[in-house]
Design a protein around this ligand. Sequence first.
Ligand code: ACO
Length: 344
Amino acid sequence: MTLPARVFKNPRARHNFKGRTCSIVSVGSYIPDRVLSNADLEKMVDTTDEWILTRTGIKERRIAAQHQATSDLAAKAARAALERAHISPNEIDLIILATITPDMPFPSTACLVQEKIGAKKAAAFDIQAACSGFIFALEIGQQFIMSRTCDTILVIGAEKLSSIVNWTDRNTCVLFGDGAGAAILRYRPNAHGLLTACMGSDGARAGLLCLPGGGSAFPASHETVASGLHFLRMDGREAYKNAVTAMYTAAREALRRCELDISQIHCIIPHQANRRIIDTVAQRLGAKPEQLFVNLETRGNTSAASVAIALDEAVRGKRIQRGDLVLLIVFGAGLTWGAAVIEW
Ligand code: ACO
């Protein structure tokens, strides 16, 4: 395999790499119609537009309709990505869907999406790495392309977080939104595509962000419902501190592997959780504000869908052109974190 010379090093090329490279050949996203503004939240909990905006950078978020499940949002994003690339659902070999709000504990939401989009020959499964899920799913998908096991893979990050948010808890309900983003992975000749993806986890801090009820530890009961164990819980301050360190460290490691300086990155897409986290990480990395893509103001934190939606919006808004270097940075419950460098 001969690849064009570039300013960076492709870490995949080590050890006489004979596999194929893996590119994102198309992206798509879907966000629900209903807008929930900070002014709306002022009527629901003891908060203010000013507090939410200054502490988080969020002005509004989208909320899925009652009849829409995560698989519905995911299927819409997937169809958008397929249509844009003129790829038929029948060509998909594998669907990997990242979510913390599956339609139900089983079967997987990926299987429900397979049926909804008519991807008859695809195998399908979910992964769970909370807000880091999209990068984890990209990295898994890449292995199947590189090893020639699959030719076309649909990776989706999708969430209906409004279904697990406690709408009486001002500490969390102002932060989250619903939506889905999708990417199609394929080998693209003469392209480096996904250059590297760093992933990390720290189960010792699992309690910082969790939804305790409904699993095997605390099966659903009157008591779990009465104690609010089926709602998302978060220690915001601790999550914040860990997010800054983990995102910075992951981004540095991804850049180091590719022998890239931050100034060579055309577009940085961080997990959209909090504007202050994004700005602190960018500042520590030495990035310029114009390198950042942020849609947090209107989307809120959509967990696994966050960077997937932002990537689609950046591509459609022409912030990313073919050949550009893109840095994705994520952080979420687990704890989990990661960063990926992509030659678009
Ligand atoms: N409106 C008004 N006041 C509020 C609100 C609100 N919506 N929420 C909290 N407050 C109050 C608190 O009660 C507290 O009051 P007190 O000082 O009297 O106790 C005060 O505001 C400050 O609270 P902090 O928690 O210190 O506020 P902070 O500046 O840390 O911001 C936030 C909170 C926005 C949650 C921030 O900590 C954050 O973004 N954390 C990281 C979130 C994150 O990245 N999560 C990971 C991904 S999510 C996932 O994986 C599912």
